[in-house]
Design a protein around this ligand. Structure first.
Ligand SMILES: NC(=O)c1ccc[n+]([C@@H]2O[C@H](COP(=O)([O-])OP(=O)(O)OC[C@H]3O[C@@H](n4cnc5c(N)ncnc54)[C@H](OP(=O)(O)O)[C@@H]3O)[C@@H](O)[C@H]2O)c1
Length: 253
């Protein structure tokens, strides 16, 4: 009988945006490998549902990452319960699609405050609790290396996060902490339904994506989660500042 793999026994892991999609699946995989996870989301309904779905190995908290101070209660809870963090997966994110002529300053602020500042302050506020040898993983996007009409601001936020993986990696390396990014391609999650497109537009975009992904399909959240667990594990012990792209070849060929 095969023995189950438990690479994260007793590790303490913080996942932002863990109440849906990629973050949720990653939380599930970490728990299956022995970890204790602290997960955040923004909607109270998803926070409650996720607590039930993930069970006793998860603490699930609400925090709106557009307001950095909302992370203080999360970090205080981690400090009180566990006194340390071994892995941080800064993953919460969302986007709005709009063409050049329609983008407003408010839309730019909104997307940068969540996707960039939310990610930055997650790492800044978690940093004092990070153990030696800890691993930080940031969620970027294939959009940071291709040009897609209507997604200029979302793409720019993710290019900024790609840069953070290098800079924060350099800053935290003296403490033996690695910082990497995972870059999802089009993945089947609720993300796309929140872009502000009509059903008709969504169908059209989905068909276009399937036609342009060399592997011919959307990816699954579990395929991104596996890359996150690799980066978090000792198997990636000499990898820092790097980005793993999980996009079926979309940005590569
Ligand atoms: N799916 C894709 O095709 C794709 C492609 C490239 C990159 N990504 C990136 O992957 C990451 C995860 O996306 P996903 O596909 O898993 O999307 P998702 O299913 O929509 O999950 C998004 C997560 O972020 C949380 N969130 C949203 N707004 C927030 C806010 N203001 N403050 C705190 N948390 C907030 C959501 O919380 P609630 O559940 O409470 O709303 C949820 O947990 C994002 O950074 C996204 O940009 C996704």
């Amino acid at each position: 009988m095969s023995k189950s793999i438990r690479n994260f026994d007793n590790k303490v892991i913080l996942i932002t945006g863990g109440t849906s999609g990629i973050g949720f699946e990653t939380a599930r995989q970490f728990i299956a490998q022995g970890a204790q996870v602290v997960v955040t989301g923004v909607s109270n309904q998803r926070v409650e549902a996720t607590a039930k779905e993930l069970g006793e190995k998860a603490v699930v908290l609400a925090a709106d990452l557009r307001q950095p101070e909302s992370l203080d209660a999360v970090i205080a809870e981690v400090a009180e319960r566990y006194g340390r963090l071994d892995v941080v997966f800064a993953n919460a994110g969302a986007g709005t699609a709009a063409p050049l002529e329609q983008i407003t300053a408010a839309q730019i602020d909104e997307q940068f405050s969540l996707n960039f500042s939310g990610c930055f302050f997650t790492v800044q506020k978690a940093a004092p609790l990070l153990s030696k040898g800890a691993s930080v993983i940031l969620t970027t996007s294939f959009l940071n290396s291709v040009g897609t009409p209507g997604l200029s601001i979302l793409s720019a936020t993710k290019a900024a996060v790609r840069s953070l993986a290098r800079t924060l990696g350099a800053e935290l390396a003296p403490r033996g902490i690695r910082v990497n990014a995972v870059s999802p391609g089009p993945i089947s999650t609720p993300f796309h339904a929140k872009l502000g497109l009509s059903d008709e537009q969504l169908k059209e975009v989905a068909a276009g994506i399937e036609a342009s992904v060399p592997l011919g399909r959307f990816g699954e959240a579990n395929e991104v989660a596996k890359a996150v667990l690799f980066l978090a594990s000792d198997q990636a012990s000499f990898i820092t500042g790097e980005e793993i792209v999980v996009d079926g070849g979309l940005s590569q060929f």
